[in-house]
Design a protein around this ligand. Structure first.
Ligand code: G1P
Length: 287
């Protein structure tokens, strides 16, 4: 597995007004932009090429992954070795390239936009809003399932029934510990119509026939071409699996989710743990 696609063309309306100028994928969890977590997760799974799908106005993403020789020599001269290392990681962790989604036609359309860049080989899709913390990269975990079972693999997590309408939801039967065979998928169902409470989380391994399926996918929920609907078509081609991953997922797609991610990841990181604990102790108690 060589390639990962990160769809980053969305408007990020939940982060307005900041997302007027800062792509939401660059908003930090502590000091590190959300998208950097995904690129590091991909690299930890052995993936060398990351294709970022952007849209107009999100050029800062391209600058973020480019080298900045002036900054690097400044950090080098001032002996800031730790910072220099962080800055170098932005371009050295993986080869990052960009394709432009000209119109906001949905997540399925964004993935289809990467077709030429991916070519005719299996690939991974990582949604930057879903930040997953675990000692073993969740993408690496999923590649293990892909190797064992073949067929596309989607990450899932149990969510409360009242929350299912925010997700793609799978209808599935268990086949092994943490692994399910998918029988159907629905994007953002009403709770009473959901086939289960196993919700799709933003990590996928796809066989390349997903592209033909996305070509044939009509607009669905919100009038957009949904990746979930393309996957439902792909089910006709062969088996697909859902994997209940190990790890803590944070919803970086909302300000509250990002705050929570910063607190929890801050408590996990050795260099920030004490500071976050102290800040929490210092909070005035709620009314
Ligand atoms: C997208 C997918 C949905 C998935 C979710 C996970 O929805 O369409 O199937 O469950 O990501 O985060 P979005 O959050 O973009 O509305």
């Amino acid at each position: 597995m060589r390639k990962a696609v990160i769809p980053a063309g969305g408007l990020g309306t939940r982060f307005l007004p900041a997302s007027k100028v800062v792509p939401k994928e660059l908003l930090p969890i502590l000091d590190k932009p959300m998208i950097q977590y995904q690129v590091e997760e991909a690299a930890a799974a052995g993936i060398e090429d990351v294709i970022v799908v952007t849209s107009e106005g999100k050029e800062a993403l391209e600058r973020y992954f480019a080298r900045d020789p002036a900054l690097e020599s400044h950090l080098s001269r001032s002996g800031a070795a730790g910072l220099l290392d962080q800055v170098r990681r932005t371009w050295s962790t993986a080869r990052v390239s960009f394709v432009r989604q000209e119109r906001p036609l949905g997540l399925g359309h964004a993935v289809l936009t990467a077709r030429d860049a991916v070519g005719d080989e299996p690939f991974v899709v990582m949604l930057p809003d879903d930040v997953i913390w675990h000692s073993e990269s969740v993408t690496r975990q999923m590649l293990g399932v892909f190797r064992e079972y073949g067929g596309s693999v989607v990450a899932v997590e149990e969510v409360p029934t009242e929350a299912v309408s925010a997700y793609g939801v799978v209808d599935s039967v268990p086949v092994a510990e943490q692994v399910y065979r998918v029988r159907g998928l629905v994007e953002k169902p009403a709770p009473q119509e959901a086939p289960s409470n196993l919700a799709v989380v933003g990590r996928y391994v796809f066989t390349p026939d997903i592209f033909d399926c996305l070509e044939r996918t009509p607009p669905g929920a919100k009038g957009e071409v949904q990746l979930t609907d393309g996957m439902a078509l792909q089910l006709e081609n062969g088996p697909m699996f859902a994997y209940r991953f190990h790890g803590a997922r944070y919803d970086g797609g909302t300000p509250m989710g990002l705050l929570r991610a910063a607190l929890e990841i801050g408590l996990k990181r050795g260099d920030t743990r004490d500071g976050v604990r102290q800040a929490l102790r210092d909070l005035p108690s709620s009314p």
